[in-house]
Write a protein that binds this ligand. Sequence first.
Ligand SMILES: O=c1ccn([C@@H]2O[C@H](COP(=O)(O)OP(=O)(O)O[C@H]3O[C@H](CO)[C@@H](O)[C@H](O)[C@H]3O)[C@@H](O)[C@H]2O)c(=O)[nH]1
Length: 474
Amino acid sequence: MEEKMDEKLHIMFLPFLAFGHMIPMGDMARVFSARGVRASIVTTPVNAPTFSWTESESESEIEILTVKFPCAEVGLPEGCENTESVPSPDMLHPFFKATTMLQAPLEELLLKHRPHCLIAASFFPWATQSAAKFKIPRLVFHGTGAFALCASECVRLYKPYKNVSSDSEPFPIPHLPGEIKITRMVLPEYIKSDAETDFTRAMEAIRDSEVASLGVVVNSFYELEEVYADYYKEVLGRNTWHIGPVSVCMRKQEKGRRGKAGWMDEGEVLKWLNSKEPNTVVYVCFGSVANFNETQLQEIAKGLEASGQHFIWVVRRSDRGWLPEGFETRMKGKGLIMWGWAPQLLILQHQAVGGFVTHCGWNSTLEAISAGVPMVTWPVSAEQFYNEKFVTDLLQIGVPVGAKQWVRVFGDSVTGHAIEKALNRIMTGEEAEAMRNRAHKLAQMATAAVQQPKGSSYCQFAALIQHIRSYRMP
Ligand SMILES: O=c1ccn([C@@H]2O[C@H](COP(=O)(O)OP(=O)(O)O[C@H]3O[C@H](CO)[C@@H](O)[C@H](O)[C@H]3O)[C@@H](O)[C@H]2O)c(=O)[nH]1
C-alpha cells in the first residue's frame, strides 16, 4: 500500500457470526475507535443490531457494513444468520457453507473501502487471501487466550492421546510449559480420529491462513499468561499482540448492551443485586452455545437450592415445566432466573456477585477474571476444557464441578450434590477467601493492562498500530 502515515488508519473487522466472536470483536472495534482509528464492521443484516451500543446510529463512531447471508442458497431458514439461530446440529454444515459464500461480498467491500488492515475471525480462513488480493494485511482473531491456543497446538503436533491405554488415563501435554495433564475424554472426536473430513480440512485451512497472515490479535493481557504468550510467539512462531481485556475498555452505558436484549431490564437486575450483600450472589450462565437437558437443569436447580446461596441463573429456554415443584416460590428473593439473555458484564462487575458457574468460554472466563470473581468451572466443548485447566490449575481461582467429557452442545451430567459442593467451596471458608484474594489481584492487573501510558495491552496496541502503518505487503 501507499504511504499512510498521515491518513487516518482504517481497520475493517469481520467477526464470525456467533455471539462468542461478535461480542469481543465489537468491543475491540470500540477500543480501536476510541484510540482514533476508523473502525468498520462487516456483518449480516440480522446481526447488525449486535453492534449498536448507542441510542442512535448517528452517535455511533463505528461504520456497520452489511452483506447478504445466503440462507436460501444453502437451505437454511430465512433469518438464520448466526450460530444461535441454527435450528439443529445437522444444519451447522450448511451454515458453515454459507459463511464461505461471504468471500465475494467481502472482496467487494475491501475493493470499495480499501482498509489498511482486515481483522477477521479464524473461521474465515479465506480472508487472508482475499485481503492479499488488494495488498491488505489480515490479522486473525481466534477468540480464545494464548494458553488454550498453545495447548491445542501441542496436542495437535505431538498427539499424546495416542500413547494412553484408556480414555480416562491422564497424560501431560508434551512440550507445553507447566505439566498440564488432561485425558482423552476432554478432546473432540475430530482430533483423535485419523480420518480426513470436511471439518479436519477446514481446521487445516485455518492453520495455514493463520501462518500466512500478519499475525494474531489476542483478547487477553500479557501478565495473565506470560509463559504461554511467549511460547505462542517464540516457540510456535506466531506474531501476536495481546490487547485485552477489551471488555474492560467499554463505557458504562455500553456494558448492558452487549449481545442482544436481555429478558429483564438492566436497571431491574441491578436493583435486585443492590439489595444483596457483597460477595453473596452466584451468577450461573453457560454462554451462547452450550445447552443442557431437563434432567441436568433440575440438578442445577437442586444444587443451587441446597447451597443456600443467592443466585442469578441464566436459562437459555422459555418453558418452565421442568423446574422442580415449587422452586420459583421457594426461591423468591433468593434467586433470579433470567430466561434467555442477561447483561453479563454488568452482573459480574457488581459487588454482590462472589462466584460464577461457567462453561469456560474464553469471553466469560476473561470477564470473570477482570471482575475478580472466582469460578466453578463446567466446560462443555470447544477449547473450554483447556480454559478450565488455566483457571483451576494455573490461576487457582476456580474449582471444577467435575465435567469430564467433551460433548458438542449438551453438557456432561453433573449431580446437584456436586454443584452444591463446588458452590460452597468458592463462596465460603478459607479456600474461598484465598481464591477471592487471588482473583482481586488479577482484576487489578487486568485494569492496569489497558491503562495508558504504560499498561501492557495499551502498549501492545500502540505497537500493533505502528506495525500496521509501516507494514508493506510483499
Ligand atoms: O446471557 C448472556 C450470555 C452470554 N453473554 C455474553 O456472551 C459472551 C459469551 O462468550 P463465551 O463465554 O466465550 O461463550 P460462547 O458463547 O460459548 O463462546 C464460543 O466462543 C468463544 C470464543 O471463541 C469460545 O471461547 C467458546 O468456547 C465458544 O463456545 C460473553 O461475552 C458473555 O458476557 C451475555 O452477555 N449474556
